[in-house]
Design a protein around this ligand. Sequence first.
Ligand code: ATP
Length: 199
Amino acid sequence: MHLKRLDIVGFKSFANRTELEFVPGVTAVVGPNGSGKSNVTDGMRWVLGEQSAKSLRGASMQDVIFSGSDSRKPVGYCEVAITFDNNDQRLGIDYAEVTVARRVYRSGESEYYINKQACRLRDITELFMDTGIGKEAYSMIGQGRIDEILSTKSEDRRVIFEEAAGIVKYKSRKREAEKKLDASDQNLSRIQDLVSELE
Ligand code: ATP
């Protein structure tokens, strides 16, 4: 699996539709300070579900929408689409190419898509679980992240190893199952109360 393409429109400094093609091997993004290099990786994290405006270097989620410049008016929505080659089927869906997209409007409405089908954020999170790809996953090492990985608490480092070992999805499913069990337990005890009232 490799990153093939990133399509950006209206996101941060990318007012115009911009397509970035990534061929296998190393790709370097170069440019003067403030030209939008970090906005490219912000776009990748955003489309993979980043929900924290602060970690995208903004105050609110609407700050990711192009806010205008001397020569251009602000735009009403932004969209980022990220495309992976999935010939090795590392992503558990039956497509040779997988495109995940996210769109947000100034009104706050937000939409997610997997291969053009509307989906929930949760579907995207589950799709990438245990692949190393994701807003927090180890495939994206931001400035300062290496120090964090080396110096942080062992519990935090464990999360990285668990993702690499491919057990995150099982832990997540276990949590879901435990929640359902709890809810069923509560329902059962409510029913038992009702039964004893009727007896
Ligand atoms: P450096 O090399 O200094 O780290 P960089 O190339 O990584 O810089 P970025 O931080 O990606 O640059 O981009 C910063 C630019 O993006 C700034 O000029 C900022 O005005 C612009 N920018 C960020 N958000 C928006 C927005 N919502 N609308 C318009 N421009 C934006």
